[in-house]
Design a protein around this ligand. Structure first.
Ligand SMILES: [Fe+2]
Ligand SMILES: [Fe+2]
Length: 357
């Protein structure tokens, strides 16, 4: 088995194995592949409809109490314009680059607007995968609490599709196509066998990443609709990530050592591929419009001495600490995470710590 995904797309840049799809036909074909064969099956519960996992039942209760209506709880009349700063300069790589190039504020604002639309489009595509995967979990999970919780999350993900589709398509005017690496990985999650691997992939890895991306964007955003929308979605995603942690904690405790190693290796493999794409998807899509060379920028960033520190911020926000607590990043693999710029050594405890529930 290959230790990494998408080896045929990789090239080495200053020692970093960058994923860069050179073949546009391959990208089109991935996007056009709308059907995915998944080996899902149905698992009845054990006919005991009472609560078996108390922490999941209370998460389900929280989920019900915190439902909201995307149509009425957000002010869709709020203007969203290329002529306004969508957020702080640091929210946008493109705007930063244009500033360094001495370009006008109008161009910086427009580039930030486009980059926000691009990122929210990728979140939107991820939401569709979350909806579908969570639907699988309602069938696959063995306990009543997990099934009820997953059913509740399906409604959350439907709402997230609604808000990100409306923001990008209606308010910002463009839904950008899915990044090829993201499509590959989401297909991998949907097709992987077993509810514990699906829970690890979507609920722990991707929900953890979503909390990080939404949280970091929300802290820097100015546009009130974007801020409110991210706040709402982030609260839901934090609940979803908690499900991932609660469930995986029980799975990891019961797993044989080789099963645990397999989960640890797969978690690295999935996030390593996501990280290996860097921001090339966005830079290829939007760079030419602003006179920015995607490869030149990426190579320059990878060569920066502070690159590892900067790159790791998103991973250290939620997903990596959760994996460490779960015992799914151990001494055996931590150097790989550090080498890829996804883990900061000083914050690595090397052992799992209890999670509060
Ligand atoms: Fe979501
Ligand atoms: Fe979610």
């Amino acid at each position: 088995m290959d230790s990494k995904f998408l080896n045929h797309t990789r090239r080495s840049v200053v020692g970093f194995e960058l994923i860069d799809f050179a073949d546009s036909k391959e990208i089109s074909s991935m996007r056009e592949t709308l059907s995915v064969d998944t080996p899902t099956h149905i698992r009845w519960n054990d006919w005991e409809y009472g609560s078996e996992v108390r922490e999941l039942r209370s998460l389900y209760e929280k989920g019900k109490a915190n439902q909201w209506n995307a149509s009425t709880d957000l002010d869709w009349e709020t203007p969203v314009s290329k002529d306004e700063w969508m957020g702080e300069l640091d929210m946008s790589l493109l705007a930063n680059l244009l500033k360094m190039m001495g370009k006008s504020e109008a161009e910086q604002k427009a580039a930030m607007f486009d980059e926000v639309a691009y990122t929210c489009s990728q979140l939107l595509h991820g939401e569709q995968a979350a909806l579908q995967l969570c639907g699988q979990l309602t069938s696959l999970c063995p306990t009543t609490d997990e099934k009820l919780y997953a059913a509740n999350q399906v409604a959350d993900e439907a709402r997230h599709i609604e808000i990100f589709a409306r923001l990008t398509g209606e308010k910002m005017g463009t839904i950008y196509p899915i990044m090829p690496t993201l499509k590959f990985l989401l297909d991998e999650l949907l097709a992987v066998e077993g509810y514990h691997m699906k829970t690890l992939g979507m609920q722990t890895l991707f929900e953890g990443m979503a909390v990080g991306i939404m949280g970091m964007m929300r802290e820097q955003a100015f546009n009130p609709l974007l801020v409110h929308l991210l706040q709402r979605a982030e609260q839901d995603e934090a609940r979803h990530a908690a499900f991932g942690v609660f469930t995986m904690r029980r799975v990891v405790e019961r797993a044989e050592p080789e099963e645990r190693d397999q989960m640890e290796d797969w978690a690295f493999k999935v996030l390593e591929a996501l990280n290996a794409s860097q921001q090339l998807g966005m830079l290829h899509a939007l760079g030419p419009k602003y006179g920015i060379d995607a490869n030149q920028v990426t190579e320059g960033m990878l060569a920066m001495p502070e690159w590892r520190e900067l790159n790791s911020q998103l991973y250290m926000h939620t997903v990596v600490p959760n994996l460490i607590r779960l015992g799914l990043i151990t001494e055996r693999t931590r150097d790989q995470w550090i080498a890829c710029g996804m883990l900061v050594e000083s914050q690595f405890s090397g052992k799992s710590v209890p999670l509060s529930s």
